[in-house]
Design a binder for this molecule. Structure first.
Ligand code: 3PG
Ligand code: MG
Length: 397
């Protein structure tokens, strides 16, 4: 995919003295008192900001925080706590600018200001042309660095990319684009995907899209239960969507027709209740009782899948294969995580639960690329072209 890289502009001296507008994704979780509970996205956004400062630009950064009502400022929607954390991390004071759309503020070369929650601006969500026109006038260079929001076509993620004199990808967005291209467009084979989670329905388009591309599709969680049903196995009281059996069967058939496979678990870990202290029993997949709940893949299945992952050329991981939050049902996810860590394959992982599993098993450094996008990562897996990628490609042409 063609796009202009901000790093190239900086290296060519083209950002010096310029007004640079960076759209970051600083949408971090906060507790009830407004304290930031997890700051990965702030940390991930700093390289672009530092790059712009080092290049001698006057730097404006904005992001959405939550889903506020446009035109109605409430203190809890403010980016002030984000500015404070970013200031600590960058060891500088970061001013927050409110009511900034008409450009009634100053920012000097070598300075960075945080423009208040962009979703407070009227017209942001629907990308109204009047807003987009104003946004484009605020800068000389627009830098899209918000992968987490790359699936949204809003004023600061899309409109400004059309109206700014130059629109380019920041280092975080560029890294995401590169990793996605490496994993899905030109993968080293075999390409193995792990798609797990509670429902087939929420990931059906992902399963269908991947079924056309991957060599192995490992399913887990409630999704695997529906696939077990499709394979004629009994799953007791386990979470499943029987009305999607036809779709699951079609995915299996599509994979088979290409000489690829969806491995169905041969053993599972069952319990009589969904609880951390429930007794865990390993059973053959053919022996699940009517009152059983399947809460993890069994050790034989985990070992076989681990073997496949170790032999893979590329691995795409979205979703834990069992209830890894409960010690008795974490083995499958742990074994998969360790196999990904040990594999020489290029691996890309994303999604909230997946990131939690990666952190729990401490394999951050052994995953090729960890995506900062939740919904955006899922849409990429669905085979969609994200609006951010589309508009930046068009502006590079
Ligand atoms: C996210 O948290 O997934 C992104 O910041 C996008 O937020 P949104 O779903 O409110 O657009
Ligand atoms: Mg969200």
């Amino acid at each position: 995919m063609q796009f202009i890289r901000f790093s190239d502009l900086c290296a060519q001296g083209k950002a010096k003295g310029q007004r640079v507008f960076i759209r970051a994704d600083l949408n971090v979780p906060q507790d009830d008192a407004g304290h930031i509970t997890e700051d990965t996205r702030i940390r991930a956004s700093i390289p672009a900001i530092q790059m712009a400062l080092d290049a001698g630009a006057a730097v404006m950064v904005t992001s959405h925080l939550g889903r506020p009502t446009e035109g109605e400022f409430k203190p809890e929607d403010s980016l002030t706590p984000v500015a404070a954390r970013m200031g600590q991390l960058m060891n500088r004071n970061i001013r927050v600018v409110a009511n900034w759309v008409d450009g009634d503020f100053s920012v000097a070369p070598g300075e960075v200001v945080l423009l208040e929650n962009c979703r407070l601006n009227v017209g942001e969500k629907k990308n109204k042309p009047e807003l987009a026109a104003k946004l484009g006038k605020l800068c000389d260079i627009f830098v899209h660095d918000a992968f987490g929001t790359a699936h949204r076509a809003e004023g600061t993620t899309y409109g400004i990319a059309e109206t700014a004199p130059i629109a380019c990808a920041g280092p975080l967005l560029a890294a995401e684009m590169d990793a996605i291209g490496k994993a899905l467009a030109a993968p080293k084979r075999p390409l193995v995907a792990i798609v797990a989670g509670s429902k087939v329905s929420t990931k059906l388009t992902i399963l269908q899209s991947l079924a056309k591309n991957v060599d192995g599709l490992i399913v887990g969680g409630g999704i695997a239960n529906t696939f077990m049903l499709a394979a004629g196995l009994k799953i007791g009281k386990s979470l499943a969507e029987p009305d999607l059996l036809g779709e699951a069967t079609a995915v299996i058939a599509a994979m088979k027709a290409r000489g690829a496979e969806v491995p169905i678990p041969e053993d599972v870990v069952c319990a009589k209740a969904f609880a951390a202290d429930a007794e865990a029993t390993v059973k053959a997949a053919t022996e699940v009782a009517d009152d059983d709940l399947i809460l993890d893949i069994g050790p034989k299945t985990a070992a076989k899948l681990a073997e496949k992952l170790k032999q893979a050329g590329t691995i795409v991981w979205n979703g834990p294969v069992g209830v890894f939050e409960f010690a008795a049902f974490e083995n499958g996810t742990k074994v998969i995580a360790q196999a990904i860590a040990e594999s020489s394959a290029f691996s890309i992982a994303g999604g909230g639960d997946t990131l939690a599993a990666i952190a729990k098993y401490g394999i951050e450094k052994d995953v090729g690329y960890i995506s900062t996008g939740g919904g955006a990562f899922l849409e990429v897996l669905e085979g969609k072209t994200l609006p951010a990628f589309e508009v930046l490609a068009r502006r590079a042409a």
